[in-house]
Structure formats: structure tokens, C-alpha cells
Design a protein around this ligand. Sequence first.
Ligand code: FUB
Length: 338
Amino acid sequence: IVALGLGSGACQTKTTTTTKPEPLVTDLYTADPSAHVFNGKIYIYPSHDIEANVPEDDEGGHFNMKDYHVYSMDKIDGKVTDHGVALDIKDVPWAGRQMWAPDAAYKNDTYYLYFPVKDKQDVFRMGVATSQSPTGPFKAEPAPIPGSFSIDPAVFTDTDGTTYMYFGGIWGGQLQRWYTGQYDATLKTDLGKDNEPALSPKVARMSNDMLTFAEPVKDVQIIDKQGKPLLAGDHDRRFFEGAWMHKYNGKYYFSYSTGDTHFLAYATSDSPYGPFTYQGTFMEPVTGWTTHHSIVEFEGKWYLFYHDVELSGKTHLRNIKVRELLRKPDGSLELIKP
Ligand code: FUB
């Protein structure tokens, strides 16, 4: 039983039972869980971590994944079913290495799996693959999404049916390398300009067939409550990777990882394009270097899917978990101390 401070000076208590979240999958290493509810069931689209014996570096070379599995659950705390390999790197003709955090969407009676993978020139691009089933197998399109780059797609369909892809990640995610619009492999981490606005995550509306961007990629601006952009040197708050979007009471919640400071943070807006006003962190660092999440509503409650390294103790061998995400009456997110 925990007591929750509900903010705004109000001193209320709320009781909820909490149990320590356990890894959802224990026979494989899994990470970056993108959860969705399709046909009343929870489907999880995670990365599949493997021991590839690649030395650890700042570009994430040790995250050398080669396929994706899809998982499903009839209920939270229920059995987790592994539906096997949904897409293998050998079936993506343009792929070179490193299948990183995927996401999925449903439209046009079709399930779409979106995935970042380095092409044969070692540049991250976004692929898309389709299936008639949420669990795959998925068939990859022959080429990456035109104009796509960087990592961590989060595909959000708004209440009016419009679908957007949010994406990007600095350092090993290569977002900084596209600063001028042309790829510049010399930019390893960020732009090295701490007093200038931080690099922005990106957004593009998807075309009706969900296979291409319907518009030029735009910046997702994250500003503070005074309206100023967060600065690149503000590592506790600025965007690093792992975008997610959800809508609650008509507001758009853009959430993300701060990377090298290991927080999950969020910012809100009245528009899916932003600008988004920074609101705070909602999860303190987990074990392991990376922190990556998704947020989904299921049967009237909100859940946070995330990962840590409880099973292995190693940063590149992660395990996915789920826990309830609580809100204060004003819609702000309760801070989770994992
Ligand atoms: O899983 C590889 C990368 O690690 C993801 O793309 C990032 O978000 C981080 O979790």
C-alpha cells in the first residue's frame, strides 16, 4: 500500500497495491517495448537483444540485434505469449546491421511494423513491413521509407484517424548527423553547442497507405514553461531518444528518454505537432544505460511498458516489464521510482 502525493498543495492519499514488476519474458532478452491494444488484446513489439560479442561503444555497436519477436497478453499480469520471429534481418534486402527499437500500427485492414536498421552504408533508416496478423510474420518493403533517417519510430494514430511517426535519437541514433539535411558521419554525439537549442526529435504525417511520409519531416520543438527551447547542454531535460506519443483528455503527451541522464521525461501540447511544453520526469533511471518505454491504455487504466537489466546485469541484454502509470487529477504523470 503506498501513499501518493497528489500535487497542487493538496494533501491527499490514495491507496494502491504495488508489487515489484517482474520481467515479462525470461527465455530471450527483450527491450524497447512498444505496446498497443488491437482487438481488445495487448501486443508488444520489442527489440530482441542478443549477445553478439561486439565491444561496448558510444555508438551502441553492442546492440547488434538481428530479428524481432511479437508478444501478446490477454490481460496485464496474464500469460505472455511469444509468437516467434516476426521479421528477420536476412529478409530485409537493404539492411546492414542493428535492428533497433520497432513500433507497430493498424490501418487499412493491415498491421504495419516500423523498424530502424542500418543500411549497407551503416546509416540508420526506417523500414516498414506488413502483415494481415498483429503477430506477423511481416513482409518488408524492398526499400526504406523514402526520406527516413535515425531511430526509434513511434507511430501514433490520432482520434481523427491521422497517423504520425515521431522518431529520432542522438549519439548512436545518428540524429545529429542530419543537422544540415545532408548526412555528416563526423558528428558522433551531438553538435557540441551546449548553449544552443537541443536537437529536436522529428515528426511526419504518414500517407494513407502507411508506407511513406506524406509531408516533409518537421522538428518537434520542446520548450520550457517560459517558451524557450531546451538547450543542448541541459542533459537532464533535453530529448535523447525513445519517443512516444499518447493522448489524454484531448492533450498530446510527448514522452522520451534523456539518454545519458537516464530519465523518462514528458512534454505536452494541444497539437500533435507541438510545440511541447516540458512538464518533468516521470521515471527515474532503471538499471542499465538505456531507458525506453511506451504508454498504453487498457481496460480503463494506463500502463508503462519499459525495460531494465534485472536478468543479465548487462546494458545490452535487457528485459521488458510493465507497471501501472498513475496520474494526478490535473493529468500530470506521477513520478515512478523503479
Ligand atoms: O535498443 C537499441 C537502442 O537502445 C534503442 O533504439 C534505444 O532507444 C535504446 O533503448
